[in-house]
Design a protein around this ligand. Structure first.
Ligand code: NAD
Length: 446
């Protein structure tokens, strides 16, 4: 099929590359010229494992192209994906202005009755608004056809996005139009040999499903963090509890890890947007408000542990950070727990030495003033970051942090205080090696 993808970010780029990989003819549009220049050259502007290999194969196979010209990209389009951002507005609602602006351009440039797919996460009713905009434009242009708008929310996880897209747990297609449903099922057929994984529903249900899924996952995390705060007080290791409850098939092992809070470009903003949607309907969602509140508290947990151990006057102390992205496998730092920690440390006058395999530049850009005055240093490797540190904080559980050389680490640090925001290490083993160990929901904490 001839596909146009609008927005070359974490979702749009993976969507475009994966559809091209399946033999479709894909053109990807972004308004960011630098992004398009890099992509046309086979360089990915985001870090996502495997993306550059997919770009190389499909660019050279001429199944994938990049442009800033939406009008040209729409000339032959059969299916158009909208994958632009839907960030939080100041009041917490989802800002869908990028989607609406794309819809207006589509109304202007579409030359044939394409299927327009909302892939961005957007509040219930957004696909209907896009439909209304397109209908208005068609009427104004005296066209005798109508573009059909479908909601097809994306569930990929950054860091394993290609695998998630290629082998999805399910594909949700929200449409009331039989022809659009047929085309969408045909498009996704190669990704789901088992067709039961394609779930057809109405547009509003599809939109809501995405928010409900994220809300449920965030609830699991906040639930575990809440249990962790009590277990530490009771002298119980939350890691044992995690295994104890996860083996119950009704609960399962996934997403029940206590830690330093969820971040990223989805959960925080989508929870805020859902709360806002409820408010607009005069509904309270106390459970979800608590999930959000627990997460904010949790993000402050790391700094609290540092000040509890090192004292309230942290000025001129040195703290090392391992991991800055909101999760391993990505350079995305949006709403990451590291942002809260770095800001608190800088405000307290601490010298911060941080290392992340790929997200260092994004943090350096965010805290450019602190980098310029030398208070924040992005280290070349994880051991350099730990030199003369009064504490080391593990924020993101990249694999390379799992089995470090603890003897070397202990020698490098001024004070062997290790704050494990992801419960990666064995407390007893570390204590035996002379570390003062603090984990989330583990007896030494709080
Ligand atoms: P992103 O910020 O990485 O990418 C958005 C891209 O859209 C940017 O490159 C931007 O330049 C481009 N853009 C904006 N307006 C445009 C326009 N008018 N014309 C052309 N390009 C335009 O965002 P993302 O992380 O890919 O997320 C996109 C959507 O997918 C969001 O709604 C998000 O909630 C949802 N989503 C994200 C993930 C994820 O893991 N990142 C997962 C599932 C769903």
């Amino acid at each position: 099929m001839r596909i146009t993808v609008i927005g070359c970010g974490y979702v749009g780029l993976v969507t475009a590359a994966c559809f091209a990989e399946m033999g479709n003819d894909v053109i990807c549009v972004d308004q960011d010229r630098e992004r398009i220049a890099a992509l046309s050259d086979g360089r990915s502007p985001i870090y996502e494992p495997g993306i550059e290999a997919l770009l190389a194969v499909n660019l050279s196979g001429r199944r994938l192209a990049f442009t800033t010209r939406l009008d040209q990209a729409l000339e032959r389009a059969e299916v158009v994906f909208i994958a632009v951002g839907t960030p939080s507005s100041a009041d917490g609602s989802a800002d869908i202005s990028q989607i609406l602006s794309v819809a207006a351009s589509l109304g202007q440039y579409l030359m044939a009755p394409a299927i327009v797919v909302c892939k961005s996460t957007a509040p219930v009713g957004t696909a209907c608004r896009v439909q209304a905009i397109l209908d208005q434009h068609c009427a104004r242009r005296h066209l005798n056809w109508r573009a059909s708008v479908v909601s097809n929310p994306e569930f990929l996880k950054e860091g394993v996005a290609i695998n998630d897209f290629m082998r999805p747990d399910r594909i949700i297609i929200g449409t009331e139009d039989d022809h659009a449903a047929e085309v969408m099922c045909a498009l996704y057929a190669p990704f789901v040999r088992n067709h039961e994984r394609i779930l057809l529903m109405g547009r509003r249900a599809a939109e809501f499903s995405k928010y409900a899924a994220n809300a449920f996952l965030a609830t699991k995390i906040s639930f575990m963090n809440e249990m962790a705060s009590l277990s530490a007080r009771l002298g119980v290791d939350i890691e044992q509890v995690r295994k104890g409850i996860g083996s119950d098939q009704r609960i399962g092992h996934q997403f029940i890890y206590a830690g330093c809070g969820y971040g990223g470009s989805c959960f925080p903003k989508d929870i805020r947007a859902l709360l806002h949607m409820a408010e607009a309907e005069d509904q309270q969602l106390p459970l979800l408000s608590a999930v959000e509140a627990r997460n904010s508290t949790q993000k402050q947990w790391l700094f609290r542990q540092i000040s509890t151990r090192l004292g309230s006057n942290l000025r001129d102390m040195t703290v090392a950070i391992w991991g800055l992205s909101f999760k391993p496998g990505t350079d995305d730092i949006r709403d990451a727990p590291s942002l809260v920690l770095v800001k608190s440390l800088l405000d307290a006058g601490v010298r911060v030495q941080a290392f992340d395999p790929v997200a260092g530049t994004n943090i350096a850009n965010q805290f450019a003033a602190a980098v310029a005055r030398g208070q924040l240093q992005l280290s070349e490797d994880q051991y350099q970051a730990a030199r003369f540190a009064d504490a080391l904080v593990l924020v993101t559980e990249w694999k390379q942090f799992r089995q470090p050389d603890f003897i070397r680490l202990r020698e490098l640090m001024r004070r062997p205080l290790l704050i494990d925001g992801r419960n990666q290490y064995d407390p007893q083993a570390l204590q035996a090696q002379g570390f003062e160990y603090v984990g989330v929901g583990r007896p030494s904490a709080e």
